[in-house]
Design a protein around this ligand. Structure first.
Ligand code: GDP
Ligand code: IMO
Ligand code: MG
Length: 423
């Protein structure tokens, strides 16, 4: 039997997962998403074209790859329809043969999006900064055992089930001042439901295990990042799913013994979009330059991303939780503008103590990052070959490798598929 390799983000999302899944996909027969939903925005660039995927796995542009949306995902049919039509228009791709959707994936219905808005508004200054795609309320219904699943759309009484759930939602929404046009929203939803019926709706856990049995190679594509994980992230400023390796087991129906390589992907610096603690955040002109150089604006919402230096205690934490076997460093080209690069090696707590561990009180306590400095490379490294790597960049990578105790096997120096160095 073959194994399932997992690729996931070690920071707060947007590490460059989409790019790398697309780069690795020719090596894999199957690419599978295991959690999250349209809150994700995974950017791919090739042949001078840029494209952002939200729910479709990032293996879709490789002809021979089968793409699975697993049971751990929350799926919005309206967004999926728009996405499928988008790749058809732009690339002439037809996904009828190579897109497979788990019948056990939970459905995001329009009231979930309205609830997301209502809950965020009610939180006021404590808002999570959710993408408002209905992720939290849909996972709430899943755990509350009242959600709808993709397989339900094939049931003759789907409309009744839908109406039952929307009644529950309306009774909550009546206490919130959210405006909407229900006729339009439900019509849009049912049109999209009919549309997705044309695709392969499957028992994905059987499908994946049969693929493993027959020797196929499988890559599980994470969404969000480990520091947004519902259990291990900076709670409550997190998403509502397990974004870590274990999530690939429950989100696909793969036993832990069938997990192979775990690719942990991180930016050469840090970013975060939405609220919540961010120890190394730069609130000054340096942060502004990083955002501009890295084009750090959300792929899903367009919001400016908060920027800061790399944070080793949090990366070590993510590596531990995920069992990372290989590291991939992204966006090395962005740091070219800085004469000095800073690396947070530990934190100083309010009581004066110094630690390399992630404190429980990340939200309420003020923790001060302690930095080591290294000279920057200050030369354009976009698309360079391995032999052209400046010594200062090589030194930076070696330093991180030594600290993190996991080999950095790939370095990305630009958004395009080809701008990737294998070490
Ligand atoms: P994902 O959510 O992890 O797939 O990441 P996003 O697509 O949201 O954000 C990553 C952004 O960085 C996208 O705009 C990518 O095109 C871009 N990107 C990826 N790798 C590199 C890189 O090495 N250098 C630069 N400059 N941009 C990159
Ligand atoms: P990808 O897969 C970055 C953040 C939101 C918010 C919090 C909760 O592209 O890396 P949610 O919509 O899940 O209720 O939002 O999580 N967030 C992301 N940040 N990248 C993502 O996905 C994200 N998905 C959610 O900004 O702070
Ligand atoms: Mg993203």
């Amino acid at each position: 039997m073959t194994k399932v390799d997992v690729l996931l983000g070690l920071q707060w999302g947007d590490e460059g997962k989409g790019k790398i899944v697309d780069v690795l996909a020719p090596k894999y027969d199957v690419v599978a998403r295991f959690q999250g939903g349209p809150n994700a925005g995974h950017t791919l660039e090739f042949d001078g074209k840029k494209h952002v995927l939200h729910q479709i796995p990032s293996g879709i542009f490789r002809e021979k790859t089968k793409n699975i949306i697993g049971n751990g995902v929350v799926l919005d049919p309206i967004v999926l329809k728009r996405e499928i039509e988008g790749v058809a228009d732009k690339f002439g791709l037809n996904l009828y043969d190579n897109l497979f959707i788990s019948k056990k994936a939970q459905l995001i219905i329009p009231t979930h999006r309205l609830l997301d808005q209502a809950y965020e508004t009610a939180k006021g200054v404590n808002k999570i900064g959710s993408t408002l795609k209905g992720i939290g309320p849909t996972y709430q219904d899943k755990i509350g055992r009242q959600g709808l699943r993709v397989g339900d759309i094939l049931s003759p009484n789907f409309k009744e089930k839908f109406e039952h759930l929307t009644q529950i939602h309306f009774s909550i929404l009546k206490d919130h001042a959210i405006e909407y046009n229900w006729v339009e929203l439900s019509e849009q939803f049912f049109t999209a439901v009919e549309f997705i019926k044309k695709f392969k709706l499957i028992e994905s856990e059987y499908f994946i295990n049969q693929e493993l049995e027959s020797g196929s190679t499988i890559l599980a594509e994470g969404a969000q990042g480990s520091l947004l994980d519902i259990d291990f992230g900076s709670y409550p400023f997190v998403t509502s799913s397990n974004t870590v390796t274990a999530g690939a087991c429950t989100g696909l129906g793969v036993a832990p013994k069938h997990i192979g390589q775990v690719y942990g992907i991180f930016k050469a610096y840090s970013t975060r979009v939405g609220s919540g603690p961010f120890p190394t955040e730069l609130l000054d002109e340096e942060g502004e330059r990083m955002r501009k150089e890295g084009n750090e604006f959300g792929s899903t919402t367009g919001r400016p991303r908060r920027c800061g230096w790399i944070d080793l205690p949090s990366l070590k934490y993510s590596i531990m939780i995920n069992g990372v076997t290989q590291l991939l460093m992204m966006k090395a080209d962005v740091l070219s503008i800085f004469p000095t690069i800073k690396i947070c090696t530990h934190y100083k707590l309010e009581n004066g103590e110094s630690t390399t561990l992630l404190p429980y009180e990340l939200v309420n306590e003020k923790i001060t990052p302690v930095y080591t400095e290294m000279p920057g490379w200050q030369t354009n490294v976009k698309g360079i070959r391995k032999e052209e790597m400046p010594v200062a960049l090589e030194n930076y990578i070696n330093f991180l490798e030594k600290e993190l105790q996991v080999p950095i096997t790939m370095v990305s120096t630009g958004p395009d598929r080809t701008q990737t160095i294998y070490r």
